[in-house]
Write a protein that binds this ligand. Structure first.
Ligand code: ADP
Ligand code: 5GP
Length: 194
């Protein structure tokens, strides 16, 4: 394993496992998780709920797109494993069916990751870092985020990274995408083998 990967934690084994992929906006989480799901058919991707609007070109099943009212009703009836308000919108992970056999992947921000770790200490948090703040900015701009969103996400990243690093079982720097996905696949395989 290269020195770009560090694995300070050692989770207890439970089946199925919950793998939490977190990191600041624009680091490449969605891209990495898409590739991961193609590589590993034994993983199941959790589909979050959000109150934000669907982006142009974003697939209908990227999220359950919902209203604040419907989100609150679901939240108050205990329907979420975790939820948070992120830059003005609600996001939440539905309570997963842990009897379904396959390991579960959550792609969520750090406050949600903290909640999942609190409820499921055996879950494994892999925190993704950008190679630099400038590269993160280029990715956000390249994705078409408007200027104010780019600023917001870069500012938010300064808060998120120390929290994520403190919670993480492993960290990965997403410089070369193929290499990052390879490293993530081997990290996950490694945790399964323990
Ligand atoms: P996140 O889900 O973390 O907000 P995305 O997956 O939307 O980030 O990625 C942000 C942008 O960066 C996208 O345009 C994506 O294609 C690009 N990207 C992702 N990983 C890399 C990489 N390793 N090198 C260069 N660009 C990348
Ligand atoms: P976006 O609006 O860019 O799709 O997502 C904004 C942030 O919310 C990203 O960091 C994403 O990982 C995170 N996110 C997506 N779904 C959830 C969720 O269910 N819970 C939490 N806590 N964060 C989420």
């Amino acid at each position: 394993m290269s020195d770009r990967v560090s694995t300070p934690g050692s989770p207890a084994g439970l089946t199925p496992r919950i793998f939490v992929i977190s990191g600041p906006g624009g680091v490449g989480k969605g891209t990495i998780v898409d590739a991961l799901m193609r590589r590993d058919p034994h993983l199941r991707l959790s589909r979050s709920w959000t109150t934000r609007s669907q982006r142009p070109g974003e697939s209908d099943d990227a999220y359950v797109f919902t209203t604040r009212e419907a989100f609150q009703v679901h939240r108050d009836s205990g329907g979420f494993l975790e939820w948070t308000e992120f830059l003005g919108n609600y996001y939440g992970t539905p309570v997963p069916d842990l009897s379904a056999g396959r390991d579960i992947v959550l792609e969520i921000e750090v406050d949600g990751a903290r909640q999942v770790k609190a409820r499921h200490p055996e879950s494994i948090l892999i925190f993704i870092l950008p190679p630099s703040r400038d590269e993160q900015r280029r990715r956000l701009e390249g994705r078409g985020d408007p200027d104010h969103k780019v600023h917001e996400r870069l500012r938010k990243a300064e808060e998120e990274e120390p929290v994520g690093l403190a919670l993480a079982d492993a960290t990965l720097v997403n410089d070369d995408l193929t290499r990052t996905v390879d490293e993530l696949v081997s990290l996950i395989d490694g945790y399964r083998g323990r």
